[in-house]
Write a protein that binds this ligand. Structure first.
Ligand code: NAD
Ligand code: TDX
Length: 331
């Protein structure tokens, strides 16, 4: 099977490349990645001789068309992915997330190739902290940030291409991922690498916002389950019942790294900050038989901390620039 993985030098995509090579000896993997600030080719160094790597833009039809034509399945991870960046400059989010998805859809339509679209629970907006409800595939779209609006728009393009053109596509909307190879601008690796540098963790606002954490390897196993067994045209929500507020996560990181759990600071809040995400993954569990393997967040977090301690050369080159950007925002 020839698998085209877009965004394979990013966090989730790089883990997906490693898992695919390990679990599917028949897979021929091509990665298409623009290598933006968020892409890191070093994440694929250990498998460089087992894959074809193409540096290019998913929004460029001349790049996309021949790669799609030569694939059996396209798994589309590539995107601008950070909410804070989208608040500073939405324009790359529109090009990469909307135009990029459009060009891939046109190519899979031309060549009759199976397509799986990676998306986020943020398309549904947020839930109140005291609301017992969770997101389901029927929850209306209500995105808050330019990032989540661009992802919502890309999902709707996929649905339209399925209905109007018969494209063989599935969509998954996953909650917050953690694990190795995540860019240090994101919440968990930012705090881990701050502590390695002797800097106190930084919580936006009161820190009471809730995220529904899932280990990246569980997300990616769900993606393969959907590609193998999912019904064409369907949307599957991926989550592992991992709701925690940001204070709880920071306290756990501090404790696991040998610090007083209250040694953190509050910084400026994010504009439009979503309060709570929570996924009801029963469709994926009941219909397709997927269950998460990382059911102990504390264990998964300890492994993630160990990975950042062991792989300082991977993240160190980005640390100063990432923190300078936050400092300018009072964060
Ligand atoms: P990331 O920012 O770590 O990686 C994105 C990758 O895409 C990078 O390698 C980057 O170079 C590449 N890229 C960006 N624009 C591109 C373009 N125009 N052409 C080609 N490559 C381009 O992101 P991530 O956290 O790995 O997220 C991957 C996907 O998963 C995204 O679609 C995101 O919306 C979705 N998602 C992420 C999470 C999460 O918690 N991180 C949760 C749910 C869904
Ligand atoms: O330093 C910080 N302090 C802090 O309190 C940072 C970077 C974040 N936060 C908060 C904001 C959020 O409530 O932590 C929470 C998680 O923040 P992010 O890591 O920026 O993730 P989030 O905005 O929830 O979005 C993530 O999950 C859904 C991914 O970045 C998206 O790509 C995905 O779609």
């Amino acid at each position: 099977m020839k698998v085209l993985i877009t965004g394979g030098a990013g966090f989730i995509g790089a883990n997906f490349v490693h898992q695919t090579l390990a679990d599917r000896p028949d897979a021929q993997v091509t990665v298409l990645d623009k290598l933006t600030y968020a892409g890191n080719k070093a994440s694929l160094d250990d498998v460089a001789d087992k894959i074809t790597f193409v540096q290019g833009d998913v929004a460029d039809p001349d790049v996309v068309d021949p790669l799609v034509a030569d694939s059996d399945v396209v798994v589309h991870f590539a995107a601008e992915s950070h909410n804070d960046n989208s608040l500073n400059d939405p324009s790359p989010f529109i090009r990469s997330n909307l135009v990029g998805t459009f060009q891939l859809l046109e190519a899979v339509r031309r060549h009759g190739v199976r397509y799986h679209h990676i998306s986020t629970d943020e398309v549904y907006g947020d839930l109140a902290l005291d609301d017992p409800a969770k997101f389901t595939p029927g929850t209306p779209y209500n995105p808050s940030s330019p990032y989540s609006a661009s992802k919502a728009g890309s999902d709707l393009l996929v649905r339209a291409w399925v209905r109007s053109f018969g494209v063989a596509a599935t969509i998954s909307n996953c909650s917050n991922n953690y694990g190795p190879y995540q860019h240090i601008e994101k919440f968990i690796p930012r705090q881990i690498t701050n502590l390695i540098d002797g800097v106190r963790p930084k919580l936006y606002g009161a820190g009471l916002n809730v995220r529904d954490w899932i280990h990246v390897l569980d997300h990616n196993r769900a993606v393969w389950t959907i590609i193998d067994k999912g019904r064409i045209g369907q949307t599957y929500l991926i989550g592992a019942d991992g709701e925690l507020n940001n204070v709880q996560v920071v306290e756990m990181i501090l404790e696991l790294m040998g610090h007083d759990p209250h040694d953190y600071d509050h910084v400026n809040d994010r504009a439009g900050h979503d309060r709570r995400y929570a996924i009801d993954a029963s469709k994926l569990r009941d219909e397709l038989g997927w269950t998460p393997q990382y059911t102990d967040f504390r264990d998964g977090l300890a492994q993630t901390i160990a990975w950042y301690r062991d792989n300082e050369s991977w993240w160190r080159p980005q640390k100063a620039a990432t923190e300078a950007k936050y400092a300018a925002q009072g964060q």
